[in-house]
Design a protein around this ligand. Structure first.
Ligand SMILES: C[S@@+](CC[C@H](N)C(=O)[O-])C[C@H]1O[C@@H](n2cnc3c(N)ncnc32)[C@H](O)[C@@H]1O
Length: 201
């Protein structure tokens, strides 16, 4: 995973601090939270006792989708840790957790790229041997260029580039999942990628 080339860490923080609410309105308009929840509800990644790390958690969309998907299947997780570079996003996340009465999610401010420039390799080392990663990342598509790269200053990635990055990061079984048909438009702008640690590395 590359960082946004144009922005320094403090520029990223400033960008997302001033746009925290706009970001949430944007993802709500595209029904991204519901799409992620539907993706997880259909996923065979869910099982009891999961320990989850939400890296670059923002305001917590993926964590909330995860807790809701687990609850809908009657499953309990063991732990959730989440981190983000931007304190304002974490603060909004914490407020939402408080509102929902969820008190078992541990939030921290951290920089995923402090792990290493590739991030994936260090995230893989933190996975349990039978664990999985699910990464939602911007797709190199025309619609993502306008809606995500220009607006949200986010980089876009091609499928081949991602296969190579996951292999270099020590992952195997890299699988591109589709958002369910009800949220088909999300497939135009994002890839949802599952991968498992390559234990031979
Ligand atoms: C587009 S938001 C995505 C948030 C959330 N994962 C979601 O799906 O809605 C991008 C988030 O990544 C965070 N971020 C950007 N660079 C980061 C880094 N190097 N380390 C940790 N978080 C980072 C930003 O602060 C922002 O909250």
């Amino acid at each position: 995973m590359r960082s946004n080339k144009q922005l320094t860490r403090s520029e990223i923080q400033q960008f997302f601090s001033t746009k925290t609410e706009t970001y949430n309105s944007f993802i709500s308009a595209f029904r991204y939270p519901q799409g992620i929840r539907a993706l997880l509800q259909n996923s065979d990644l869910l099982r009891p006792g999961l320990r989850v790390l939400d890296a670059g958690c923002g305001s917590g969309v993926v964590t909330f989708a995860f807790t809701e998907a687990m609850a809908s299947r009657g499953l309990k997780y063991e732990s959730i840790h989440a981190f983000d570079l931007t304190p304002a996003m974490l603060s909004r996340f914490q407020t939402s957790l408080n509102t929902c009465g969820i008190n078992d999610v541990q939030l921290r401010q951290a920089d995923v790229l402090a792990l290493d420039p590739l991030a994936l390799a260090e995230l893989r080392k933190r996975l349990s041997p039978n664990g999985s990663s699910l990464i939602v990342i911007t797709k190199k598509s025309p619609e993502a260029k306008i809606l995500i790269e220009w607006w949200w200053r986010s980089e876009r990635y091609a499928r081949d580039e991602l296969y190579q990055a996951f292999a270099a990061g020590g992952f195997r079984d890299v699988t591109f999942r589709r958002f369910p048909d009800k949220y088909f438009w999300l497939n135009g702008g994002s890839y949802a990628i599952e991968a498992r640690p390559d234990l031979s590395r």
